[in-house]
Ligand binder design. Structure first.
Ligand SMILES: Cc1cc2nc3c(=O)[nH]c(=O)nc-3n(C[C@H](O)[C@H](O)[C@H](O)COP(=O)(O)O)c2cc1C
Length: 666
């Protein structure tokens, strides 16, 4: 090893406090150039480094890709199970992992969810792009043994597609399977657990053959012992905390974890300035237009198709109830630090000093059902035998049904659970370990920034429903936004690109926008923007007419035809072509897909004359609509092409491939 190489190693090692190799790809290529090393040589070089420093590394690498945290939780639970059996593990999100180390790994477990329409979660994008590099040799990963557990929902057309694609790509690159693939499904009566439990059981069978010296039996005694908590918590006395530090606490919101796919420095602080009810007050559905104004110094910019990602707050009452139950005051300041004795590797997401109110309102997901792991943790903190047994049962594989019936289906939150198990006195450091972090919620933007540069609006349907036991549940974020005080409270949000790349600068490009219900939201942004551009660019009627086709559908015209006046006015002016379907106003039910076949000549001509530039966007609920609309397009083209269904299918498939036909569904 020459002295330049040594310098390089020092650089890498000193840049990382965990003595593992984490370098980003820019750093890597700069260093490689500096050292005159090719990429191939680099792997060999890394092996040298490891040997040189005798880094005792892991037995198994767990890599997860997760959009809303489920795959992350599953990966963490797997890690706990592996640690219990004496495995040395390394757990990372795919994009945090230095992918150039992958050929050196022995055993890898991938836990990967699918998002969008069969797309990778944001923390897999770079990793996936790297794996897809065309000239990677087919023996690049020949020493790697792997398995995949996928999280998906069979209601989506591309069920678990990222887990499947990753599996195939790993095989193409020469990696070998050490355990069969598992595919979890949200539609299973027990959600992904329906598949995960048996997959995990078999995983340990497979591992027994590979790592016979680990501990697989007699785990009961170990399980009974309380694990080391991940965090340490210190209650801070008020007089110990000076004024300057108080100021810091006020600014904790700046440390709220950046949502997937957003940029840290693009956090927006805004206030709600308008909250308009779009449905009749006595209707069973509630849809609102919520408008935000950015705090003055924000240089925020957005375009039609972009998404507003909102960090919601839990209700004050729930935070107070939970704090009271734990004998804590909301104004209590606590110091949260990492417990270095914990065997798990993780990033501490909390600010060092934080009030209980901030912790419960902004940081922890306390309104939604907690994971099974919380029940396990709770079981260590009761002297009541019955409660202890029940908690252990719910947290176990055997108690899966009970967990689903009592927690998931009934949407019980942590306060309700602690209340039911009143003998449990769980310390705060264990409680926060058993809860997930607050999840941001995504909404399509429905305004154009050309109309007001400091404002953005969204169209939200209020989530409210009853559980099987008739408990009334409301959605965390929609309720938070509904009740927010106008112009008072700060709302923390980010803007990110959506999947629909809209032609927002050119109103002459033909678009077909299919948006039933609140699926209309992103299209309102494009329509408003195009309307302004038609004026600004002084376009002629010939240039702008028959370019923006909107298909909107809902149950009743009188109750749910959002933005009716504006849309009908633009239709009158020939600035848009509006087609509507009201499914409950007439005896025969008409939905948006029926409008396509009904007007097959209009849409057939439009598509046939604009193959290269037309854009079709479909937005709304995921369950049946996207598939039915796609079938509607195929049907209309078949009719237009006088029965040539193969050609019709090929046209739509081609548009999908070229991303001229894009679905955004939830
Ligand atoms: C916006 C959205 C898009 C989704 N798209 C798909 C999909 O295309 N295919 C699929 O199998 N599951 C899809 N799902 C389901 C998720 O993969 C599933 O709920 C998973 O458990 C989420 O895991 P995560 O929280 O780790 O991202 C989607 C879920 C959402 C919210």
């Amino acid at each position: 090893m020459n002295c330049l190489e040594r310098v390089f190693i020092e650089l890498i090692i000193n840049s990382d406090q965990h003595t593992k190799l984490i370098i980003d790809q820019n750093q890597l290529s700069t260093c490689l150039r500096y050292l005159g090393l090719s990429f191939q040589n680099f792997n060999h070089f890394l092996a040298n480094i490891k040997a040189f420093y005798n880094m005792s590394s892991h037995d198994i690498l767990i890599l997860y890709a997760s959009q809303t945290g489920t795959a992350k939780y599953v990966a963490e639970e797997l890690e706990r199970q592996l640690i219990l059996r004496e495995f040395k593990t390394l757990l990372q999100s795919m994009d945090d992992y230095a992918i150039t180390n992958l050929p050196e790994e022995n055993y890898v477990i991938f836990v990967v969810s699918t998002t969008g329409q069969g797309e990778p979660p944001s923390n897999m994008i770079n990793f996936w792009q790297f794996l897809l590099i065309k000239d990677l040799p087919n023996d690049a990963l020949e020493d790697v043994k792997f398995t995949v557990f996928g999280l998906g929902d069979s209601n989506y057309q591309q069920f678990n597609s990222m887990a499947r694609k990753l599996y195939q790509r790993m095989l193409q690159l020469g990696a070998k399977i050490f355990h069969e693939r598992g595919l979890g499904d949200d539609q299973h009566p027990f959600g992904y657990d329906g598949e995960l439990d048996s997959w995990t059981e078999k995983l340990f069978e497979s591992l027994k053959n590979i790592f016979p010296n680990k501990q697989y039996e007699n785990l009961e005694e170990k399980i009974k012992q309380k694990p080391q908590p991940r965090y340490q918590i210190e209650l801070i006395k008020e007089n110990m905390y000076e004024e300057q530090a108080q100021q810091k606490i006020q600014e904790n919101y700046k440390l709220i974890p950046t949502p997937q796919g957003c940029k840290k420095n693009q956090m927006i602080v805004s206030r709600v300035v308008e909250n308009e009810l779009l449905t009749p007050a006595d209707y069973d559905r509630e849809t609102r237009k919520i408008e935000f104004e950015f705090d003055s110094n924000d240089q925020t910019s957005y375009n039609p198709g972009d998404i507003l990602v909102i960090h919601p707050e839990n209700s004050h009452q729930l935070c107070k109830d939970l704090a009271d139950h734990l004998n804590l005051s909301l104004s209590q300041i606590v110091r949260i630090t990492k417990n270095e004795k914990s065997l798990q590797q993780f990033k501490n997401p909390f600010p060092e000093y934080i009030t209980i109110e901030q912790l419960f309102k902004q940081w922890l997901s306390i309104s939604t059902p907690p994971t099974r792991y919380l029940f396990k943790l709770m079981s260590y903190f009761t002297n009541d035998e019955l409660h202890n047994e029940k908690l252990i049962e719910i947290s176990s594989k055997e108690g899966k049904e009970e967990y689903y019936n009592y927690v998931v289906k009934e949407k019980r939150n942590v306060f309700e659970i602690l209340f039911d198990f009143g003998t449990v006195q769980i310390p705060l450091e264990y409680l926060i370990e058993g809860l997930s972090l607050q999840k941001p919620r995504e909404y399509s933007i429905s305004s154009s920034q050309l109309s007001n540069k400091n404002r953005v609006s969204i169209t939200i349907g209020l989530v409210k429903y009853q559980t099987p036991f008739k408990r009334s549940i409301v959605g965390v974020c929609s309720q938070y936004l509904k009740q927010i005080e106008l112009k008072q409270q700060k709302v923390i949000a980010w803007i990110k690109k959506g999947t629909m790349e809209m032609p927002f600068n050119d109103p002459t490009i033909p678009v077909i926008l299919v948006g039933p219900g609140t699926g209309i939201a992103p299209f309102m942004s494009l329509v408003e923007q195009r309307n302004i551009l038609i004026e600004r660019q002084q376009l002629t009627q010939e240039q702008y007419s028959n370019k923006t086709f909107i298909l909107f559908g809902c149950r009743y015209k009188q109750k749910e035809f959002y933005y009716q006046k504006f849309l009908e006015e633009l239709h009158e002016l020939n600035r848009i072509n509006l087609f509507t379907a009201f499914s409950r106003d007439f005896d025969s039910k008409v939905y948006v897909q029926h409008l396509l076949t009904k007007h097959y000549e209009v849409f057939g001509d439009l598509i046939a004359n604009n193959f290269e530039k037309i854009k079709i966007f479909v937005c709304g609920t995921a369950k049946y609509m996207p598939k039915q609309v796609e079938e509607g397009f195929v049907e209309l083209l078949t009719k237009y092409l006088e029965g040539d269904s193969e050609k019709a299918k090929a046209i739509i498939q081609n548009l999908i491939k070229k991303r001229q036909y894009v679905v955004e569904a939830w």
